[in-house]
Design a binder for this molecule. Sequence first.
Ligand code: ADP
Ligand code: MG
Length: 376
Amino acid sequence: MINRVLLVERDRLMLEKLTQVVQGTRGFELVARYQSISDALGQGAIFNPNLILLDIEKQNSVALIADFLKVYPKASILCMGEKWQAESASHIVKAGARGYIIKPFTGVELQEAVDTFAKMGSESGCETLVFFSPKGKSGKTTLIANLAVALARKTHEQVGIIDADLQFGDMAVFFNLAPKSTIVEAARDAKFLSPITLHSYYMPVTQNVSVLCGTETPNLSDKVSIRRLENIISMSRSLFRYLLIDVPPGFNPTSIAAAEKSNTTFLVSMINDAYEIDHTKRALEIFKDWEDYNERVKAIFTRVEPCNSQSQQNLANKLGYPVTAIIPNEYGIVSDAADNGKMASDIRPDSPLARSVDRLADEITGRGHRIRWEKS
Ligand SMILES: Nc1ncnc2c1ncn2[C@@H]1O[C@H](COP(=O)(O)OP(=O)(O)O)[C@@H](O)[C@H]1O
Ligand SMILES: [Mg+2]
């Protein structure tokens, strides 16, 4: 489909610059351009644009978008500004724009913006899932990697992983990636990025799964400030339908900041000795500060033997809190898969581990509930 572009830009020089970019980009046709908003609203409709590039710098963007949607109900609106701000970006998406691009941009960036925004949902439609563990070695990285692949396979939606286990993140190893860029570069550049440009810091794993890899060495972790991390999470929310975040074990500024940004925080513990229940209980206590913690905090145990509903119920009884998922003890499959840079669920789709992960994916996408509650 050809993009019939209506360009609205107050600044004369910028308008010239962007005109050349649009005209020079394949698949884009400039059908009209205006410096004045009232002209664009009053005269542009006869050109039947399907993509509006709208300067919102120093304007009431929400009102502006509403005006354009009224006149151009079928067109996609991409807002343009000089720098990305999390707050304004979520406002404009709520107001009905497809997304935001930083100007001036190149033809490649324009193309990428249109492709990305066509593929993904809006920020408000992103489920942000944080995986918290009271202690290290909880099986959470294994779970996140397998779950991301399962979510993408089931929904065909875009799934992102942020490895924010800043000192000892190993998501890259898990997926056999040699990242060209990591969370360190993303944090360094965050101020100048829009979601579209942030996307290029993610490494693709499959068609629908990408990873923002962790630091290459532990000493780099202090290069990622909490504010930048929050910024990266906010921006990433407009890139993916599901965003899975791996955080360092225990309560620390990073894990807390990520959990605060989540729709759901999973408390993940691996069954090893008798203490997991106790640790999870104590972690639950801390999350009770959240008013909505009953819906927002979910418990998961890994390496559960035997992995059946009876065990799940027993764990829930001991914990005094529902247990959302249990993952079986399958060291062989997990480590074979990791050696191959593949997911356990891909190597052995019928294994108990893959099925447990699938069930959790159903729970997250709402299919689990539907299966259970829907009559017929
Ligand atoms: N379900 C499982 N059954 C058996 N071993 C597992 C399982 N999940 C993970 N492991 C193993 O436990 C270790 C820690 O797993 P990992 O996912 O890296 O945990 P974390 O990210 O919490 O440190 C790894 O050696 C991994 O192979
Ligand atoms: Mg880990």
